[in-house]
Structure formats: structure tokens, C-alpha cells
Design a protein around this ligand. Sequence first.
Ligand code: BTN
Length: 247
Amino acid sequence: MFIGQNFIELPAVESTNSFASELLKTTPPDGTVVFTRDQTAGRGQQGNTWYSQPGQNLTFSLILYPKGFPAQQIFFLNKLFSVALRDLLQVHMPQQKVQIKWPNDLLVNRKKVAGMLVENQISGMYISSTIAGIGLNVNQVDFPEGEYGTATSMSRESGNEFSLNHLLEDLLRKIEARVLAMRAGRTDAVEREYLQYLFGYQEKIPFEIDGQVEERYLAGVDQHGRLALQQGRKLEYYNIKEVKFCL
Ligand code: BTN
């Protein structure tokens, strides 16, 4: 395996993504993993904070150099990590319903169990490097109320405890297999699995658009990562800031 060959474990760190971003200046090896059991100021999407109780969950960042992967298809990497995470969750929780929620979340029984913060560095037409930050709630059972009312963990949903080491090893393998396929030009399996497990795909469901709740048919996700929503014959594309699911 090349992913995780260079494995940096930090006793505690504010954010593995921020650490990885500093590390990138020293050109660390492809597949470097920055891991901690105690992330004290985790970063989430859109400037949010990612809370994780020490020792309970997976919080890590993976550095990849996608080598010649067009910046135009930037969202493919999010799809790849989503599909690998879904695979992991389903294998370890075969009884539960696991879905991918556009653009960066994984759901178990319609509740958020994992989030991703993928930060790409672009050089010209290509992605020069990617920092994939993954937060997977594993053994934590208490979550703050309110905004995080829909958060859950593998343990909360299944009643089982999991080994963080085993899960991480398994997840890195699942990511690596797909990265190797991508490098060999095979992207179809990820695309297919992504749609197969995408929450709301080919359904008419409510979304919050411009502060209003509106029903739309979820037609897919384009290569830039925009959500394609259909109303009648009209197909419209939305980015992350323009639309929200009503879960
Ligand atoms: C989200 O759902 O908003 C994305 C959460 C991403 C959290 C992970 S935890 C490891 C990595 N380091 C960070 O600071 N954030 C990501």
C-alpha cells in the first residue's frame, strides 16, 4: 500500500487538515496520512467546527498528488472518498441503511455519521495536490443537541464498539483500491456506486432554496460537483451554498 506508508500520528492537534496543509510545503510523500485521536479545533464545511471527543472517532487527513487529473473534474475525488466510506460503513454495519449525502456527508439511518473536507490545490488545468480530511464518528455516543441533533456514530446506530485502528486500515485500503483504479483511467465504478447510494437520487424531495422549501427531483451531480435538480422540464444546477436538504 502506498497510502499510509508515511503515517504521522500526533498526540493532539487543532486540525489535521491545517497540519497537512503546512506539511504540504515540504512535499511529503504521496499517500501521507496525518492522524490524531485528539483533534481540538477540527474544521468543517463552510467555516463550521467539527467536534470530536478524544479517543472516540476517526479524524485524519490524507495527502494525494492526483497527477494529471483535470481540475474540471474536481468533484470526482469527493465521490471517491464518499464511496469508500460508504463501503466501509456497510461492511461494518450490515444491518443499517448507509447513504451518501451530497456534497460531503455520509448518513446512517438518515443521520450524519461522517463528514469530509477535501481541499484541492490547482495548478493550471490540473489538481496538483489534495488534502482529504475525514471525520468519522465511531464510538462517541453523546452529541451536543441542536445544530448537531442529527449527528450519530457507528456505535450509536449499531450498539457495537469498533477498533479505530482496524477501521482506519480498512478505510485506507478501500480508498487506495479506488485511487489506483482512477490512475489507471477507470472511474466508472465510483460514478456508478455514487449514484446508487446517493440520498434522494431520482426522487422528488424537499430542498431549501433561497430560504424557501421547495420540492425538486434529484437528477444527479455534475462533474463540477453541482447538484442537478429538475422541476418539470427545467434542469438547474446548484452549488453547496445555494441549496440545502431538508432532512
Ligand atoms: C463537515 O462535515 O463539515 C466536514 C468535516 C470534516 C472533519 C474532518 S476531521 C479530520 C479533518 N481535519 C479537519 O480539521 N477537518 C477534517
